[in-house]
Design a protein around this ligand. Structure first.
Ligand SMILES: Cc1cc2nc3c(=O)[nH]c(=O)nc-3n(C[C@H](O)[C@H](O)[C@H](O)COP(=O)(O)O)c2cc1C
Length: 351
């Protein structure tokens, strides 16, 4: 299916259209990108790589976001900083998230990623880590609305696909400017705003303030997505009710549960919580995800990268402590797979 032929629909959790197809085209909110359900996988550095995104997509997600990519690195070493065109095409529609503070560099990086098959470009105004904010990127841009606006304008102009923004509530308690930033974003032609409902200074501490997202929702007409601490289908519904947001973005809740977004979509549509996969399906998922990581990164790097995913999968399963303790120091992928197969066949799982 070519991007040009895709229809657009965004549904709210109670089944009503938040934005009709006509509205979407008229307002040019997210272009012609098909969003069946407003349940999105968050960009998470070191986690939402291609193998994980594919596992999540298999069950279903409105949209998946790449890990943050540095815009300058993209234009300087474009071959290593971005994945092959085929990768993005297979995941269509997917959003590539860019970080940077130079409008022309962000614009060029957006162009390169679109050429490589990105269906949307997302701009990072939320990253709290020191080495990013010291370069005036990520959440530091919430303190400089003028520069943020120039970045958004340049990226929108260059991208030729919808551009979205992910931000926090503000820099700190005294500067919660997300509603103003969202308004600026809308004026710059941004198609959707996602808000991680914490300030930069909170990093990941405390709890996400879903209520505060309501002011952002009220300040703009473009879709607003609420993010932070959504771990269950019921959380998703509550976050949308409390914030008035048009959809949810889920990050850490999907660790070891790539099917969670499917469960959220089902719950928002029907009010019923669908069961997690049976143990034999989980066993297949773990095996496939593992193989996919090895293929993507090569065996040496892959074995190390896969460990955290195995920890998350097994952490959700009974009787898995001993097997994880053994696996976490193993270097040979075949031995790891054998251990996993033994665990899933042993009946220790309680299934
Ligand atoms: C390890 C880690 C890496 C992250 N990397 C990114 C990133 O690259 N880009 C981004 O916008 N947010 C990033 N985030 C923030 C998440 O996208 C999300 O906003 C945050 O985790 C809150 O949502 P959650 O509670 O559903 O995980 C990261 C979060 C974590 C924990």
């Amino acid at each position: 299916m070519s991007p040009d032929t895709l229809a657009v629909s965004i549904f709210s959790w109670h089944g009503h259209r938040v934005l009709s197809r006509g509205d979407m085209y008229k307002k040019n909110l997210i272009g012609k990108i098909l969003i069946d359900d407003p349940v999105f996988l968050a960009p998470i550095m070191g986690v939402t790589d291609l193998p994980f995104r594919r596992m999540v997509k298999r069950y279903g997600a409105g949209l998946v976001f790449s890990e943050m990519i540095a815009s300058r690195q993209t234009i300087e070493k474009c071959h290593s900083a971005i994945k092959a065109r085929e990768d993005y095409a297979e995941e269509f529609p997917m959003a590539v998230q860019l970080a940077g503070c130079e409008p022309d560099v962000m614009a060029e990086a957006a162009r390169i990623n679109v050429d490589h098959g990105a269906a949307l470009i997302d701009i990072n105004f939320g990253c709290p880590i020191k080495r990013v904010v010291h370069k005036l990127c990520g959440s530091a841009l919430m303190k400089d609305e003028c520069l943020a606006a120039r970045i958004m304008e340049a990226t929108v102009k260059a991208a030729k696909v919808p551009v979205t923004v992910k931000m926090r509530l503000g820099w700190d308690e005294a500067h919660r400017n997300a509603p103003a930033m969202a308004k600026i974003a809308e004026e710059c032609g941004i198609g959707m705003v996602t808000v991680h409902a914490r300030t930069r200074n909170q990093r990941f501490n405390g709890t996400a303030d879903w209520e505060a997202v309501r002011a952002v929702r009220d300040s703009v007409k473009i879709p607003v997505i609420v993010n932070g601490d959504i771990l269950t289908p019921q959380d998703a519904k509550r976050a949308m009710e409390i914030s008035g947001a048009d959809g949810v973005m889920i990050g850490r809740g999907a660790y070891g549960r790539p099917w969670l977004l499917r469960q959220v979509m089902d719950y928002l549509r029907s009010g019923a919580v669908t069961a997690a996969p049976e143990m034999d399906e989980i066993s297949r998922i773990v095996r496939e995800h593992y193989d996919s990581i090895l293929r993507h990164y090569g065996e040496y790097q892959g074995v190390a990268i896969a460990r955290k995913h195995l920890c998350w999968y097994l952490g959700n399963l009974p009787g898995s402590c001993a097997v994880y303790t053994e696996i976490k120091t193993m270097q040979d992928p075949e031995a790891v797979k054998e251990k996993l197969a033994g665990y899933f066949a042993s009946g220790k799982t309680g299934f």
